[in-house]
Design a protein around this ligand. Structure first.
Ligand code: M6R
Length: 615
């Protein structure tokens, strides 16, 4: 949610910043902007509404000289997407420029005070208030930029990752964070800052994850200094190795990141289970669980918190854990949990699921659960993100960078890790049979091959999708393990095609939604050959009896379903609890091709951003 990037070093900053913005664009694409300082003390600021390409056009032919600069791609919170509200924002005297990711909650009070001191504002943003405050403090206290930023941040309530530069000092960037991510890339005589590692990849593999409430002084003529905003206490420089390569950030011959990520799933699932299943399928080796056996043995209850797609994975996790561990499991939207006075004790395990590891609501839920004494376990993808750093233990899904805004490979990775976790904890608790572990572990082990087989549906789905570009509504129905998969299928369609879609437990439709069925309302019905198959056949019949159009996802060779449904997408048979992984692939492809036929920008759907770092 908003991406920021900064550079100071011996190279021209422009190319690094523009490439960084392209890599961060998945975090927001309402507008983009850049500020560069020329050595003779000129601050050039460029902004453009819309995508980064517009900014590139805007700057083309202009003066973009400078070895220091900051840049931003915006997901609007305060104020509509336009040039005025785009970052960087500059202070009233034009000397200071800032880029910001986050929200300043007390900006109105600060703004009123600044207006009383003679400040005027051109944008509707909270960020402009912060840069004016910095200028005000700097002039009033006759202090350095670092001191002014630090003092201003002490007055701010809210979340921020910021980078600040000053026209007359082309040697320094000040960066700071609280509840929004910021990474420093340490190169040879050059330093990078960015909201995530993607702009830094290829330049250096040495990174420092700035911690909450830390401020950094990046001075080209002096060693990097990081300290606490509150008391200026110096922090240890914890330099870590960045394990990401440029190829992972490119489309690799695919038209879009989303399609690449869908087709990566055979491999990403391999990476996800690597080293986690013993050769004879008898043991699940999930270190985060094994190192905390007591917690899993003595737990009274598990609460899973997440948002969006990760919340759908959580619903599948609930069934898995209840079945394998005989423990009550509750699933909560992180945004509801954090304000819902949750009853949490030190006998509870709270599992937080998040692809980005930065989702503001999930992070807040983690912090709340910890404050109540729960053992908090994270299931994340982005290594070193805020959630894994705030949890007691956890497991990475290891599916590689997910850049398409619509989550695909992260979902299947999350469900895979939840399956491993349920089996591993079930073994420790002695609540799962050895044969069950073996059957499911073997199924997981074979999953990459199975997914490869499911990809053969690609052409069929592509052709089928064309039929549905007319649709204004879709229904997704499933039962048991596949009720959450139906929710996920509906979310995928909504977010990239803008067709309204509802996921529903199939048996519930007769309590209301069946009234919507007519020949213009396609229903995607998930009907694998599982324990609820006969029941779902009745649901298919109910839809057909009312003139509905049914696309059924069922197992290979199911001739009976072919007689009833209008289209059948046939998938290989797997153990029941693994069907969501297999089923989600045709659902992703269906949403993808419908959106493409409708001409939508699937990697950058309107109004969305990949990483939701604001409330
Ligand atoms: O990074 P997270 O998993 O915490 O993100 C949660 C949601 O914002 C995310 O899953 C969102 O719903 C996706 N756009 C869905 O495709």
């Amino acid at each position: 949610m908003c991406g920021i990037v900064g550079y100071i070093g011996h190279k021209q900053a422009y190319n690094i910043l523009i490439q960084g913005l392209y890599r961060l664009e998945y975090r927001g694409y309402d507008s983009a902007g850049m500020a560069l300082i020329k050595n003779n003390g000129i601050l050039n600021v460029y902004k453009s509404k819309g995508k980064v390409a517009n900014l590139e056009d805007e700057i083309s032919g202009k003066d973009y000289e400078g070895t220091i600069g900051i840049a931003h791609t915006r997901w609007a919170t305060h104020g509509i997407p336009n040039n005025t509200n785009a970052h960087p924002h500059t202070s009233q005297n034009g000397a200071i420029a800032i880029v910001h990711n986050g929200t300043i909650e007390n900006y109105n009070i600060l703004k009123e005070a600044l207006i009383r001191h003679g400040y005027t504002f051109s944008s509707e943003t909270d960020t402009e208030v912060l840069v004016q405050l910095i200028e005000y403090i700097k002039i009033k206290n006759k202090c350095t930029l670092f001191e002014a930023v630090r003092e201003a941040l002490k007055q701010v309530i809210g979340a921020y990752a910021i980078a600040v530069i000053e026209k007359d000092n082309p040697n320094v960037i000040i960066a700071a964070r609280k509840s929004s991510p910021l990474i420093i890339g340490v190169g040879d005589d050059e330093t990078f800052i960015a909201s995530d590692a993607t702009p830094i990849v290829g330049f250096t593999d040495k990174v420092i994850y700035l911690k909450d409430n830390e401020i950094a002084v990046i001075n080209r003529n002096a060693p990097l200094q990081i300290s606490s905003i509150e008391n200026n206490e110096p922090s240890q420089l914890d330099i870590q190795e960045l394990k990401m390569n440029v190829a992972q950030l490119e489309k690799g011959g695919y038209d879009t990141f989303m399609l690449k990520e869908i087709f990566e799933q055979a491999n990403t699932l391999k990476d996800c289970i690597r080293g986690r299943i013993s050769d004879n399928y008898e043991q699940i080796i999930l270190s985060g669980v094994l190192e905390n056996k007591d917690k899993f043995i003595n737990a009274n209850r598990i609460v899973i918190v997440a948002c969006g797609t990760s919340w759908h994975a959580a619903l599948i996790g609930k069934r898995l854990i209840q079945e394998m561990c005989l423990l009550p499991v509750e699933v909560e939207y992180a945004s509801e949990f954090r304000y819902g006075n949750p009853f949490i004790t030190n006998h509870d395990i709270v599992i937080a699921i998040s692809q980005s590891g930065e989702t503001a609501d999930t992070l807040a839920a983690v912090q709340l659960a910890k404050s109540k004494g729960a053992f908090v376990y994270g299931i994340c993808n982005v290594v070193g993100a805020s959630i894994p750093r705030n949890t007691d233990s956890g497991t990475y899904i290891h599916v590689g960078p997910e850049i398409g805004v619509a989550s695909t490979k992260a979902f299947t990775g999350q469900v895979t890790v939840l399956t491993l976790l349920a089996l591993c904890a079930g073994q420790i608790r002695k609540t799962v049979k050895k044969e069950t572990v073996q059957e499911i572990a073997k199924g997981l082990y074979q999953m990459p091959e199975i997914i490869q087989d499911v990809f053969k549906l690609d052409e069929t789905i592509r052709n089928l999708s064309h039929t549905f570009t007319y649709a204004r509504n879709f229904l997704y129905l499933g039962r048991g393990y596949n009720y959450p998969t139906a929710l996920e299928g509906a979310l995928k369609l909504k977010e990239i095609s803008y067709i309204h879609a509802e996921g529903y437990p199939a048996a519930e439709i007769k309590h209301g939604p069946i009234a919507l069925i007519d020949k213009e309302m396609p229903s995607v019905i998930i009907a694998p050959n599982d324990s609820l198959y006969d029941k779902i056949v009745s649901n298919v019949q109910q839809v057909k009896a009312r003139g509905g159009f049914v696309i059924a996802i069922t197992n290979k060779g199911n001739t009976a379903m072919k007689q009833i449904a209008d289209y059948c997408l046939e998938i290989p048979e797997v153990p029941e609890c693994l069907t969501p992984i297999v089923v989600s692939v045709p659902l992703q492809l269906l949403a993808y091709y419908i959106a493409i036929y409708k001409g939508q920008d699937v990697d950058r759907p309107r109004n969305l951003a990949k990483s939701v770092t604001v409330e």
